[in-house]
Design a protein around this ligand. Structure first.
Ligand SMILES: [Zn+2]
Length: 120
């Protein structure tokens, strides 16, 4: 949420590090999209760096997060276009006050909500 607020009116993005059951950490990544007000793109170098870093901690890159500065935390058509299965997509929607943070996963071509539970 902090990263999303700091980046507005641009979309922020980052990578989620963890294992099969939990998000353990997150890495802020620069949004290198050509139109960062309405889309995000993760710098590939940062992505590979995150993979190596996660592995060294016995973890994996399990997903990515990004923000919607002017809309809700639901996937946009652009998000749908670039999504793939087996990955957690977390979206921060700044249109809500307080902002909402929702998890999504692509299952059989459609986004399904993934419940996020704060444990610590
Ligand atoms: Zn989006």
């Amino acid at each position: 949420m902090r990263h999303a607020r700091q980046s507005a009116p641009f979309e922020c993005c980052g990578l989620l590090i963890g294992d099969e059951s939990a998000i353990v950490d997150l890495y802020h990544v620069q949004n290198i999209a050509s139109e960062p007000r309405r889309m995000y793109s993760v710098d590939p170098d940062a992505y590979f760096h995150a993979i190596r870093e996660a592995r060294s901690r016995g973890l994996q890159v399990i997903g990515a997060y990004h923000s919607h500065p002017g809309s809700l935390a639901v996937p946009s058509p652009t998000d749908r276009e670039h999504a793939f299965s087996g990955f957690l997509f977390v979206i921060v929607g700044l249109a809500d006050d307080p902002p909402t943070v929702l998890g999504w996963e692509l299952i059989a071509g459609n986004f399904a909500a993934v419940p996020l539970v704060k444990t610590a």
